[in-house]
Design a binder for this molecule. Structure first.
Ligand code: AP5
Length: 218
């Protein structure tokens, strides 16, 4: 199972990414977590990126891509699967990660998009600020992160849709309802994905199912 998580800050990439990774027994490679570990460990890389994280700006591509290459190489010698969370954030990163995964023979099977409205994103991030005190959970940085998402990340969804690997899920629901729907979709797709030539793949939009899915599968 090889999944890219695509969604706005606060949509639940970390929450769902961790659960998916655990379920399929693959590493959860979260660029934000890796970068924050470097910052708190005061490594050279951490010192280079701290200013970007504090302002909610994107860390330069070279740094993020090198870091992820190492994690993907480790994943390849393990199960070969991964949940990549937080990358790509721009079209350049999308192309770079595609080239990298072609080279490593581990291109993503699915790009998972978690759909959440703007008001709920802000509510979750402000709530997290109170609970966890993450350094970048201030109103200003949250606003910058959401603006950057709309400007440079959201437009790349169309690229994955055209490649036929985008799965869109309504994620403004309780965590467990989202997880249930995501895992069912991934299990069904993982059973067929290797049999399908790229030209026969189709993106799937489950956002219309919403609460009905949760109710039907109780
Ligand atoms: P990163 O850590 O990736 O931050 P982000 O994209 O802003 O994502 P978040 O962690 O804020 O949200 P999430 O979608 O993971 O949601 P979560 O599960 O935590 O990146 C941080 C920084 O690193 C960036 O600003 C940038 O500087 C740098 N960076 C990272 N990747 C980069 C890249 N590729 N290129 C350049 N720079 C990069 O959930 C949020 C909250 O909501 C939690 O409290 C959670 O408990 C709650 N929640 C989750 N799901 C639900 C639900 N269904 N209902 C109610 N609450 C929920």
């Amino acid at each position: 199972m090889r999944v890219l998580m695509l969604a706005a800050p606060g949509a639940g990439k970390g929450t769902q990414g961790g659960l998916i990774a655990e379920h399929f027994g693959v590493p959860h490679i979260a660029t934000g977590d890796l970068l924050r570990e470097h910052v708190s460990g005061e490594t050279d890389l951490g010192r280079q990126v701290k200013g970007f994280l504090d302002k909610g700006e994107l860390v330069p591509d070279g740094i993020v891509l090198d870091m992820v290459r190492g994690a993907l190489q480790a994943a390849k010698s393990d199960s070969g699967g991964y949940v990549l969370d937080g990358l790509p954030r721009t079209m350049e990163q999308a192309r770079a990660v595609y080239r990298m995964t072609v080279e490593l023979d581990m291109t993503a099977d699915i790009a998972l998009y978690l759909q959440v409205g703007q008001d709920e994103l802000v509510r979750r991030l402000l709530a997290r600020a109170e609970q966890e005190g993450r350094a970048d959970d201030t109103e200003e940085v949250i606003g910058r992160g959401l603006a950057l998402y709309r400007e440079v990340t959201e437009p790349i969804l169309g690229w994955y849709e055209r490649r036929g690997i985008l799965v869109s899920v309504a994620a403004e629901r309780p965590v467990e309802d989202v997880t249930r729907e995501v895992l069912v979709a991934l299990k069904v797709l993982s059973a067929v994905v290797d049999q399908l030539p790229d030209s026969d793949r189709r993106s799937i939009d489950l956002t219309g199912l919403g609460a009905a899915f949760g109710a039907a599968s109780e």
